[in-house]
Design a protein around this ligand. Structure first.
Ligand SMILES: Cc1ncc(COP(=O)(O)O)c(C=O)c1O
Length: 405
């Protein structure tokens, strides 16, 4: 399929290019020491991860340990309550540990093991990536340091407990807003001190090359499975697909399965409390081009040009930028990026719980809310939602702050 002069038949061969660029976005803007470490990971990715042995081992782990393939569920009662459009969900909430994050964590940790590294380091926001990485570390017998802002530590107490039970060392980050951005900064700092013995396992399709590519490729399993499951269930492709975008990993993997299809693709950013800078984290909607955390993308900046404070009810979405591939797909017009605010996400959280017996993560609730809105506009057809995770981690926070609806 051709789209804005880009041939999507050959898209994955060309993007990113050898320097890690998706059009103008991406790259590797870090110190020379860390550049060497990234080059080592890139080489290992191409040589190890493409080998038959690695692919077979990862496939076995996905099946026997993660419980893949996760199903696609027809959300029949929810669909009927809206009109004629049929809603479906790709159930990453049923992936082991309750979210899509384990898909790339098992890949990254398996790579660390093949590279002979002893330790893996990462940041986490909602704690899902931290839990997934701690799980992978336990599975492969690796040490694991997880950096997490103190605000998120309070908000996501069950996930902090899970990481500790799994044997990870949770390092509290107290400076700045003490959320995801500061946790990424602190984890990178630690990595620059320790890169010889460990690898950084980034939590999304962000950071310097090769992470945006590597994480997307490990998450591609979501889109690949979803596409064939949906066709098997219904006999055709969905009219539209939608996924929430924080850093952008669940959406990148999910979208990758459909980029070359005649399917409308939507990414959903968090509008939080409103459009004022500091009240949301909708970087692709309101941001401008800039460099942070080692990559060039669209980001929200303050008056000094530094990453701006961001907010969302969903800890996993409050990041001031998005992966470079999302910025590229936005510019191409191949993916349309919309926003959903806290209130609509919380409504969708309760609606899916009550009508389908699925308690979604508050991050994923943004995609559910978007699908409900889209279904009202579309009148006919079908929408496949990436239900990136389950909401157990959010229940206490939602009840405390919003009550039972
Ligand atoms: C359940 C869930 N969905 C989505 C996200 C957002 O991350 P990404 O945009 O990388 O998929 C997170 C992040 O923690 C998450 O926990």
């Amino acid at each position: 399929m051709n789209f804005n002069n880009i041939n999507f038949d050959t898209y994955f061969q060309n993007y990113p290019n050898d320097e890690g660029f998706f059009g103008p976005y991406g790259g590797c803007y870090i110190s020379d020491d860390l550049k060497a470490a990234m080059a080592e990971i890139t080489d290992a990715y191409y040589s190890i991860c493409q080998s038959r042995k690695f692919i077979d081992e990862l496939r076995r782990i996905r099946k026997e340990f993660q419980g893949r393939p996760t199903p696609v569920t027809h959300l029949e009662r929810l669909s009927n309550s809206i009109g004629n459009v049929q809603l479906y969900a790709k159930r990453e909430d049923l992936n082991h540990t309750g979210a899509h994050k384990l898909n790339h964590c098992m890949g990254e940790a398996l790579l660390a093991k093949y590279m002979g590294k002893k330790k893996i380091i990462a940041e986490t926001g909602a704690g899902q990536h931290g839990v997934a990485l701690a799980t992978a570390a336990a599975y492969f017998g690796l040490e694991c340091d997880i950096y997490m802002g103190s605000v998120d530590i309070k908000k996501q107490a069950p996930n902090v407990a899970r990481m500790k039970i799994l044997g990870a060392n949770v390092v509290e980050v107290t400076h700045g807003l003490a959320t995801l951005k500061e946790a990424v900064d602190a984890a990178f700092e630690a990595y620059s001190r320790e890169y010889k013995d460990c690898i950084y396992c980034i939590g999304s399709v962000v950071g310097p090359h090769p992470f945006p590519m590597m994480v997307r490729d490990f998450q591609y399993v979501v889109g690949e499975e979803a596409r064939s499951q949906f066709i098997e269930m219904t006999g055709h492709l969905p009219t539209a697909i939608t996924a929430c975008v924080g850093g952008g990993s669940n959406s990148a993997g999910f979208f990758a399965g459909f980029l070359n299809d005649p399917v409308d693709i939507y990414g959903v950013e968090p509008l939080g409390r409103g459009t004022k800078l500091g009240d949301h984290a909708a970087s692709l909607q309101y941001g401008t081009e800039g460099i942070m955390h080692g990559f060039n993308s669209i980001m929200l900046k303050d008056e000094n040009g530094d990453p701006a404070p961001v907010y969302s009810v969903a800890s996993g979405l409050d990041y001031p930028s998005s992966g470079p591939e999302h910025a590229f797909l936005r510019d191409l017009g191949r993916v349309k990026y919309d926003t959903v605010g806290d209130e609509d996400a919380v409504d969708a959280f309760f609606r899916l719980s009550r009508m389908e017996g699925i308690i979604p993560a508050i991050e994923s609730s943004h995609a559910v809310a978007h699908a409900i809105r889209l279904a009202k506009e579309m009148k006919k057809g079908s929408i496949l939602i990436c239900l990136s995770g389950r909401g157990d981690k959010d229940m206490d926070y939602i009840i405390e702050n919003y009550g039972i609806r």
